[in-house]
Design a protein around this ligand. Structure first.
Ligand code: FAD
Length: 383
C-alpha cells in the first residue's frame, strides 16, 4: 500500500542531500549562474556521494535505490539550485537509464560504473532543430558500413553533452525504412571522441545557466556497430519509455524549485517590515504562503504516487504525466508569488528568488511541454 511517510532510509537520504545542498551547493549557486560555469566541484562531490547511481543496482556501481530515492535527491538539490538538479536528473534518467534498461550486458558493464560514480556524465540527444515535440521527426541518419555506423545530422539543446566529464551521448537516428514506409529509428551511443562528432559552445540561456546545454553535430561521424542500443528499429519505443520515467524526476525538479521559492518567501516575509510589522502578518501575504504550501504538498503526493507505481512495476504513465504537468505549473505559480512577496528586491539578482524565477520557465518546456503533457493525458483518456 502507498505509504506517505518516508522510511528511515529515505529520510536519511533526504537529510543528507538537504545538508549537502545547503552547505555546498547553495553558497556557489549564484556564482555559477552569473558566470554560466559548470559546477565541477559540486558535481564531483555528488558523484562521490553516489547520487548519480541512486536508482541503479550495486552490481553496476549504483546505490541499489529506487526511482523515488532519485526524486528525493533531485527535490532537495532543486530547492537551492536548478542547474545542479537538472545535471543529476539528466545524468540519471536520460544518460544512464537508457543504457541500464536497453543496453547489452557489455554496454552496461562499460558505461554504468562510470555514469553511476559521476566520473562520466550521461546525455540523451533526441531533440533536433526541426524535431522537438514532434520527436519522431528525427532527420539525423545513421548507416551501417564496414562494421561502423556513419552518422550525419545534428541535435539541439542537449543537456550534459559538452562538459569535460561528459561521457557518451545516446542519440536517436533514422537507420532505414520500415516495411510500412515509416522511418526506422534506432538509438546509438556516441562516444565523446568519435571522429566527426562535434559540440557547439554552450548556449546562452535565460535559466539553468550553470548546466551544460549544447548543439551536437555529426558529419560522417563514426562509431562501432556495437554501439547500437538494444535492437535496431526500437529507438522510438525506447525513448518513449525513457521519457515516461523521466517525467517523474522532472516533476521532482519542479516541486523542488517550488519548495525553494516557498522557503525564500517565508524567510523574507518574516524579515521585511512594512507599516510597522513583518509583512508575514498581513493576511494578503500569509494566505499566499499557505496557498503555495497547499500546491506543493499536492504536487509532492502526485510525485510519490507516480514513483511508487513505477517502483512497484505497476502502470505509472498517467500518474507520471499528471505529476509532470501539475508540478511544472505549480512551480510557475509558486515562484511568481514568492517573487511578488519580495517586492522590488525580488527583481534584484542578489536574492535567489530572481534566479528561481528565470530557472522555472524551462520546467514547462523540457521533456514534454505542458501542451504535450495534456495531449498525452488526453490520449490516455481515449479523448
Ligand atoms: C535548457 C534545455 C535543455 C534541454 N535538454 C534536452 C536534452 O537533454 N535532450 C533532448 O533531447 N532535448 C532537450 N531539450 C529540448 C526540449 O525537450 C524541447 O525544447 C521540448 O521538447 C520542446 O520542443 P521544441 O523546443 O522544438 O518546441 P516545439 O515542439 O517547436 O513547440 C513549440 C510550441 O508549440 C507547442 N506544440 C507543438 N506541437 C503541438 C501540438 N501538437 N499541439 C499543441 N501544441 C503543440 C509546444 O507545446 C510549444 O508551446 C532541452 C531544451 C532546453 C531549452
Amino acid at each position: 500500500m502507498l505509504d506517505t511517510r518516508l522510511s528511515e532510509e529515505q529520510e536519511h537520504l533526504r537529510k543528507t542531500v538537504e545538508d549537502f545542498a545547503r552547505k555546498v551547493v547553495a553558497p556557489v549557486a549564484a556564482h555559477h549562474d552569473s558566470t554560466a560555469t559548470f559546477p565541477y566541484d559540486v558535481v564531483r562531490q555528488m558523484g562521490e556521494m553516489g547520487l548519480f547511481g541512486l536508482p541503479f543496482p550495486e552490481e553496476y556501481g549504483g546505490m541499489g535505490g529506487d526511482y523515488f530515492a532519485l526524486c528525493l535527491a533531485i527535490e532537495e538539490l532543486a530547492r537551492v539550485d536548478q542547474s545542479v538538479a537538472i545535471t543529476l536528473e539528466a545524468g540519471c534518467s536520460l544518460g544512464a537509464m537508457p543504457v541500464y534498461r536497453f543496453g547489452t550486458e557489455a554496454q552496461k558493464q562499460h558505461w554504468l560504473p562510470l555514469l553511476c560514480s559521476g566520473q562520466a556524465l550521461g546525455a540523451f540527444g533526441l531533440t533536433e532543430a526541426g524535431a522537438g515535440s514532434d520527436a519522431a521527426g528525427t532527420r539525423t541518419t545513421a548507416r551501417l558500413e564496414d562494421g561502423q555506423w556513419i552518422i550525419n545530422g545534428s541535435k539541439a539543446f542537449i543537456t550534459n553533452s559538452g562538459t569535460d566529464i561528459s561521457g557518451g551521448t545516446t542519440i536517436t537516428a533514422v537507420t532505414g525504412m520500415r516495411a510500412d514506409g515509416k522511418p526506422e529509428i534506432s538509438n546509438l551511443i556516441v562516444d565523446q571522441d568519435a571522429p566527426g562528432f562535434t559540440r557547439s559552445k554552450k548556449y546562452k540561456k535565460m535559466g539553468w545557466r550553470a548546466s551544460d546545454t549544447r548543439e551536437l553535430s555529426f558529419v560522417d561521424a563514426k562509431i562501432p556497430e556495437g554501439n547500437l542500443l538494444g535492437k535496431r528499429g526500437e529507438g522510438f519505443i525506447q525513448f518513449l519509455k525513457i521519457l515516461d520515467g523521466g517525467r517523474i524526476s522532472v516533476a521532482a525538479l519542479s516541486v523542488g524549485l517550488a519548495m525553494g521559492a516557498y522557503d525564500e518567501a517565508v524567510k523574507y516575509s518574516k524579515d521585511r517590515i512594512a507599516f510597522g510589522k513583518p509583512i508575514s502578518k498581513f493576511q494578503a501575504i500569509s494566505f499566499k504562503i499557505v496557498d503555495m504550501l497547499c500546491e506543493i504538498e499536492h504536487a509532492k503526493l502526485m510525485i510519490l504516487k507516480a514513483a511508487w507505481e513505477k517502483d512497484q512495476g505497476r502502470p505509472f504513465e498517467m500518474s507520471a504525466s499528471l505529476a509532470k504537468l501539475y508540478s511544472a505549473e505549480v512551480s510557475r505559480r509558486v515562484v511568481n508569488e514568492a517573487l511578488q512577496i519580495h517586492g522590488g528586491y525580488g527583481f534584484m539578482d542578489e536574492y535567489p528568488v530572481s534566479r528561481m524565477y528565470r530557472d522555472q520557465k524551462i520546467n514547462e518546456i523540457g521533456e514534454g511541454t505542458n501542451e504535450v503533457q495534456r495531449m498525452v493525458i488526453a490520449r490516455m483518456l481515449g479523448l
